[in-house]
Design a protein around this ligand. Structure first.
Ligand code: K2U
Ligand code: NI
Length: 195
């Protein structure tokens, strides 16, 4: 399993490379890398495993972050309404279209490869159209397709595709985005109930 020691940090040259396209269908090694990436995300949000192995929570990870300069990303996140789960293993993903309108996460973004706290928000496309190869969780089934994403999962996928292009969120920080509408997260506080 991957742990934080496998994740390279800001300053490591691999994070600044444009990752190479991956030969399709994936060979055993690349399939195993994808599985390890998805397993890391699932472990990172598991209260027991993440505590035991001191994993930082993640909703996505890109192969360059484990020093594999290949165009592979894994994403597993709820949407901003906490209603729909999005799970993707993407290979050679490309943004082929996007809205003019922008969005951002009003608390800013983080990154498993950036240990420092930074101020600012990150401009993202409000909607993106992504062409990619997709694998199922067991990396048995390969499909090629185009998906349209918006909201929080759209931001996460843009963050990960930036990684395979050698871009970090700290490259894009701005203080304000007056024209943009921030991602609106569901209010997850639970009603106090009379016991
Ligand atoms: O690529 C990474 O470093 C994983 C990031 C992805 C991310 C996407 C969008 C906005 C912020 C970060 C990690 O998931 S950062 C930690 C995190 C965990 C849960 C929710 C938000 C951020
Ligand atoms: Ni990141």
């Amino acid at each position: 399993m991957l742990t934080m020691k496998d994740i390279i940090r800001e300053g490591h040259p691999t994070l600044r490379l444009k990752a190479k396209e991956v030969k399709i269908p994936l060979n055993k090694e690349d399939k195993n890398t994808l599985k390890l990436m998805m397993e890391f995300i699932e472990n990172s949000i598991d209260p027991v495993i993440s505590e035991e192995y001191e994993l930082r929570a993640g909703v996505g990870i890109a192969a360059p972050q484990i020093d594999v300069s290949k165009q592979m990303i894994a994403v597993k996140t709820m949407d901003e309404l906490n209603e729909t789960e999005h799970t993707y293993l993407m290979v050679n993903p490309k943004i082929i279209g996007h809205s003019i309108k922008q969005t951002y996460i009003d608390t800013g973004e983080g990154c498993l490869s950036v240990d420092r706290d930074v101020e600012g928000i990150v401009p993202r496309h409000q909607k993106v159209t992504v062409r990619s190869y997709f694998y199922d969780k067991d990396t048995e089934e390969l499909t090629k397709g185009v998906i349209k994403l918006k909201g929080y999962v759209g931001v996460v996928v843009q963050h990960e595709i930036d990684h395979i292009n050698g871009i970090l969120f700290v490259d894009k920080l701005v203080d304000d985005l007056p024209e943009a509408t921030p991602v609106k997260f569901a209010d997850l506080t639970f009603e106090e109930t009379e016991l």
